[in-house]
Structures are given as structure tokens and as C-alpha cells.
Design a protein around this ligand. Structure first.
Ligand code: FMN
Length: 383
């Protein structure tokens, strides 16, 4: 097979300039990405919260479903979380012993507040030790992901939750892998370009799931996706490809975002009810209720979403649930808070208790459709 150097534009320009966004925790599957690719779009597998060997198996499965072609025509990639041990975006002040001790105290205090909920649900609450990440293990796992990218020759990587060092981008570029970063502000966009990102995923506040804010302790920006794409495009120049994300539920915003300077658009929530997605039963039920207007709606009857740190310690948009209202001031501590709430979320899901699980969804949640991935892609096709 002839190998030609891969440019970001090749990878980011499928016939339908819409990508199935990465969605960790189950929704992103090789079947979903393959279905969107076959229908003419692009897609990104979710490497977050998975072991490197699981990600390798998903890539093998995707290739099997696709019947691999020339790499330059492969409009897919893998999204990787950048752990705190690896990111260059955490301020030095957050890495001091005093800051670490404060964080641990905050997590311990939050754990105390979660204890009655865990008890009521009969769920185990991990110890602070078990919830605290091991920096060496984080570095090793990240390195194993990069090795997988190189050995399996992924066409594209997107990073989120942090900014890897310039050497990481250099290493991936040398392996002909197009590497981008999720950013939520112009300052983050400039930093990503400085470190060598080949493209940027510009995520607006409408987005479902986690905000990709580089500094985990920072409050995410509120500039909407369209204005943010315009701002970022002006800040980094027209040569830098941008993938726009956030709240896209129909073809009209896709056209607007492309007209504002985006090379492609990524949609997540719109694909959550497809049969190809691995969305959990409780998540599907919450989305169905929101789309039908029978629950998770605001005073105007429209689907009601909000950003919260209560479930994971990082800001993320979910259908608004009672748990979020009960814990409005959870600490900025990912992954500790995520680990602490894992058992109680699982217990709540088991009972079908939608009030105490996260139901990640963007502002377009009310328009999410029960249809297969090709039909959802067609509904977003700007042409
Ligand atoms: C269930 C869910 C899980 C997500 N997981 C990830 C992830 O693992 N990595 C990531 O970069 N973004 C993640 N996101 C954000 C999406 O990649 C994307 O930015 C977002 O879905 C776009 O907004 P929309 O949902 O309104 O289309 C997730 C979003 C959802 C809804």
C-alpha cells in the first residue's frame, strides 16, 4: 500500500464534514465510528478511562469493520485524556506539597458528604488512598497509549483534559499521526499551537459531557461555540484547522460553524440514542424522557442541562439531576471525585434511579433522535 504523508486537512475532511465526537464511559464504540465513516463522515474513538490494551482492541475492531484503506483516506482517530502527571497546563502552584494537601482535604470533606448517599444506596465508598491517582502509573499508561498510536498507526489523536509537552506532538508528527487538542478559549488555543498541535477541537459551553478546559481548576469559558470558533480562528490564523463542537443537533449550526471558519464539526449527544452507540440503559432513558419533554425539562418545557463537578471533579454538562443540585460545590479534583462516585452511580443505575447518575448531554438534548448513526449523520449533513 502506498504511504503518503498525512495532512490534517486530509484526515479532517470526510465527504460529510461531521465527526462522531469521542464519548468515554461507553457511548463511543467501534460500531458507531465505523457506521459514521461508512456513511461518509468521520469519527473518534474514546480512549479515556480505558486501559491501553482495550483501546488497541477497539482500533483492531474498527479496522476490521472498515476494511482498511489508504491511511490518508481514514477519517478517524482516538481521543486520549491527558492526566495531571503529564499535562503542561497545570500551574506550578497546583503541584506544591501544600496544594496537594489542600486538595486531599477537599476530597476527604466531599467524601464525608457523599457517605450518607452511599449508605442509602448500599454502595461502597472508596478510601481517599484508593481515589488518589498514582502519578507514575498515569505516566506509564499515557506512554503506553502513545506507543499504541505509533504501533497501530492511528491516523489521528485528539487530546483532552490537558496539554501534552511539545515532544509528544513532535513524536506523533514523526509517526505521521495528526494530533489535535480540545480547547475552550483563545488562550488555550494559543498554548496548544505553541506546543505543536496540528489542529484544534474548539469546544463551546453547549457541549455535552466534560469541558476540555486545560487547567482542571479553571472555570470553563461561556463564549458560545460559534463566537468561540471566530475568536480562535482570528487568534491562531486561518492555516490552523479547527473542529467545532457543542450543541449541534441539526444541519443549520453545522453550516454556521463551517461558515465561521471550522474545517469540520463534531457532534456527541446527537449520536447517543443510536443503536450503534454503547450508551447505558439509564442514560438512554434519561435522554428519551428529556426529548419527549416528560422529565429533565425547564420551566419552558425544553430539555434542561447544566454543568456540574459533582460526579467527577471536572466540569461537565448533564441533564439536570437532583444529585447535581445537592452537591453544587464539589471540589476540582478529577479523577478522585470520579472514583468516589463510581460505586454510588452504579448502585443508582442498578435501581433505575436517574436522579443520581450522570446523564451527559449537550444543550441540544431535547432534539436527540432514536435513529441509526447513518440517519443521524444525514440529519447533520450541511450539503
Ligand atoms: C457522553 C459523553 C461523553 C464524552 N466523553 C468525551 C471524551 O471522552 N473525550 C472528549 O474529548 N470529549 C468527550 N465528550 C465531549 C464530546 O467529545 C463533544 O465535545 C461534545 O459531545 C459536543 O457537544 P454535543 O454533545 O452537544 O454534540 C463527551 C460527551 C458526551 C455527551
Amino acid at each position: 500500500m502506498a504511504m503518503t504523508p498525512v495532512s490534517p486537512h486530509d484526515v479532517l475532511s470526510p465527504a460529510v464534514p461531521v465527526f462522531a465526537a469521542p464519548m468515554a464511559g461507553g457511548p463511543s464504540t467501534p460500531a458507531l465510528v465505523a457506521a459514521v465513516l461508512r456513511a461518509g463522515g468521520g469519527g473518534v474513538l474514546a480512549g479515556g478511562m480505558r486501559a491501553p490494551e482495550e483501546v488497541r482492541a477497539q482500533v483492531d475492531e474498527l479496522r476490521r469493520l472498515l476494511t482498511a484503506g489508504c491511511r490518508g483516506e481514514e477519517h478517524w482517530g482516538v481521543n486520549l485524556f491527558v492526566p495531571d502527571a503529564v499535562t503542561t497546563a497545570v500551574p506550578a502552584g497546583a503541584r506544591t506539597a501544600a496544594a496537594r494537601a489542600r486538595r486531599r482535604d477537599d476530597v476527604a470533606a466531599y467524601r464525608e458528604r457523599l457517605a450518607p448517599v452511599a449508605e442509602e444506596l448500599g454502595a461502597a465508598l472508596p478510601t481517599i488512598e484508593d481515589a488518589t491517582p498514582d502519578s507514575d502509573a498515569e505516566r506509564d499508561a499515557f506512554e503506553a497509549m502513545l506507543a499504541a498510536a505509533e504501533e497501530q498507526a492511528w491516523p489521528m489523536v485528539t487530546f483532552t483534559f490537558g496539554l501534552p509537552a511539545a515532544e509528544v506532538f513532535g513524536r506523533l508528527a514523526a509517526a505521521d499521526i495528526v494530533a489535535g487538542v480540545t480547547v475552550t478559549s483563545t488562550a488555550e488555543a494559543r498554548a496548544a499551537v505553541r506546543n505543536g498541535a496540528a489542529f484544534l477541537v474548539v469546544q463551546g459551553p453547549e457541549a455535552g459531557g466534560h469541558r476540555g478546559t486545560l487547567d482542571p481548576a479553571a472555570d470553563p469559558g461561556t463564549t458560545g461555540a460559534v463566537a468561540l470558533v471566530a475568536e480562535v480562528s482570528a487568534a491562531v490564523g486561518p492555516g490552523m484547522p479547527l473542529v467545532a463542537a457543542g450543541g449541534v443537533a441539526s444541519a443549520a449550526p453545522v453550516r454556521t460553524l463551517l461558515g465561521t471558519g471550522a474545517t469540520a464539526v463534531a457532534a456527541g449527544t446527537a449520536f447517543l440514542l443510536t443503536p450503534e452507540a454503547g450508551t447505558s440503559a439509564v442514560h438512554r432513558e434519561g435522554l428519551r424522557q428529556a426529548a419527549a419533554g416528560v422529565a429533565f425539562t425547564g420551566d419552558d418545557g425544553a430539555a434542561d442541562t447544566a454543568v456540574t463537578r459533582a460526579f467527577t471533579g471536572r466540569w461537565a454538562r448533564s441533564l439536570r439531576t437532583p444529585f447535581m443540585a445537592a452537591f453544587p460545590d464539589a471540589p476540582a479534583a478529577y479523577p478522585e471525585v470520579n472514583v468516589l462516585t463510581t460505586g454510588l452511580r452504579a448502585a443508582a443505575a442498578q435501581r433505575g434511579d436517574l436522579g443520581r447518575v450522570h446523564l451527559w448531554a449537550g444543550t441540544g438534548a431535547g432534539r436527540v433522535r432514536e435513529a441509526d448513526a447513518a440517519a443521524v449523520l444525514a440529519s447533520l449533513d450541511p450539503r
